[in-house]
Design a protein around this ligand. Structure first.
Ligand SMILES: [Zn+2]
Length: 258
C-alpha cells in the first residue's frame, strides 16, 4: 500500500496521539498496572494460558503449540511443583519460541492473606529468577486463585505489574477429567473470544487438553495468541522490561529455592 507524504504524516501523527505513553501502534488504550483484566479485547482471539508450571510435561506442551504455529502464555511460579531454577531450560525454550512469560508469584499464596512486605517478596523473588534466567522482568501477573484486594492491587501497581485473571477456567486443577474440561470450553458461546485458564503441571492438560484447545479454538475461527496479543498490546515492552542478565558476581551456585 502506498501513501503520499501528507497521508503518511497524518497516519503517524494519529498513531502518536492514540498511544502517547508507550509509542506503540496499538489501537487499544494502554492497560494500567494494578487493574484486573478478565477477558481479551481483540475480537477473534483465544489466549489459552497455563499456570503453576513449568513441570516435566511442559516441554511437550510447548512443542504442541510450536508445531501448530500457535502461541500461549505461561504464568510461572518460583517454587511450587518445582524450583524455578531447575526448570530454567524449559522456561528459556518457551521464551525463545515466542510464548509469553508472566509471573504467578513465588510460592502461590492467596496474596490478600499476606502483609505488604510478604506480598512484595512473592513478587521480587520471582522477578530475580526471571532476571537470572531470561534477563527480563515480566509485566503481567496472575494472582493465585484470582485473589486480590485493595492492598494487593496497590502492591502490584507499585511493582509496575498488570493483573489478569481469566474469562473461562477449565477447572483441570479441581480434578475434572479432560472430557469435563472440554465441556467447559464447548459451553463458551460461539463467536466469543477466550482467555482460558489451565494448568500445565497436570499431565493430561499438557498432553491432551492443551493441544486439543488449540484445534478447538481454530475450529471456532479464533486465532490462538499470547495474552498480550489478545489484549491488543503490540510492543514487546508491554510484556517485558529488559533488565539485563546478572553480573558475573551473581554466582549460579546460589540459584536455588532454599
Ligand atoms: Zn495457580
Amino acid at each position: 500500500m502506498l501513501f503520499d507524504l501528507a497521508t503518511l504524516v497524518a497516519i503517524v501523527a494519529g498513531v502518536a496521539k492514540a498511544s502517547p505513553a508507550t509509542g506503540s501502534s496499538s489501537q487499544y488504550p494502554a492497560i494500567a498496572p494494578g487493574t484486573v483484566i478478565t477477558q481479551c479485547r481483540v475480537p477473534g482471539t483465544a489466549a489459552i494460558t497455563f499456570d503453576d508450571g513449568p513441570h516435566i510435561w511442559t516441554s511437550e506442551l510447548i512443542d504442541s503449540f510450536d508445531n501448530a504455529g500457535a502461541k500461549t502464555t505461561f504464568f510461572i511460579n518460583g517454587n511450587v511443583y518445582n524450583c524455578i531454577y531447575d526448570m530454567a531450560p524449559i522456561i528459556r525454550k518457551a521464551y525463545a519460541s515466542g510464548h509469553q512469560i508472566a509471573s504467578h508469584t513465588w510460592s502461590h499464596p492467596s496474596l490478600p492473606t499476606l502483609n505488604a512486605t510478604q506480598q512484595d517478596l512473592e513478587i521480587t523473588r520471582n522477578n530475580l529468577a526471571f532476571k537470572r534466567i531470561l534477563g527480563i522482568r515480566p509485566k503481567w501477573l496472575r494472582p493465585p486463585f484470582g485473589d486480590v484486594d485493595t492492598l494487593t492491587l496497590d502492591r502490584l501497581a507499585a511493582h509496575d505489574l498488570k493483573v489478569v485473571t481469566w474469562s473461562m477456567a477449565s477447572d483441570d486443577w479441581a480434578g475434572l477429567t479432560v472430557e469435563e474440561s472440554i465441556a467447559k470450553y464447548d459451553a463458551i458461546p460461539n463467536g466469543t473470544d477466550v482467555l482460558a485458564l489451565n494448568h500445565d503441571p497436570i499431565q493430561t492438560t499438557a498432553t491432551e487438553l492443551g493441544p486439543w484447545a488449540i484445534q478447538w479454538a481454530r475450529d471456532r475461527g479464533l486465532k490462538v495468541v499470547t495474552l498480550s496479543e489478545c489484549l491488543g498490546e503490540t510492543s514487546v515492552e508491554d510484556k517485558y522490561e529488559f533488565v539485563g542478565f546478572p553480573d558475573e558476581d551473581d554466582d549460579p551456585s546460589t540459584w536455588n529455592c532454599a
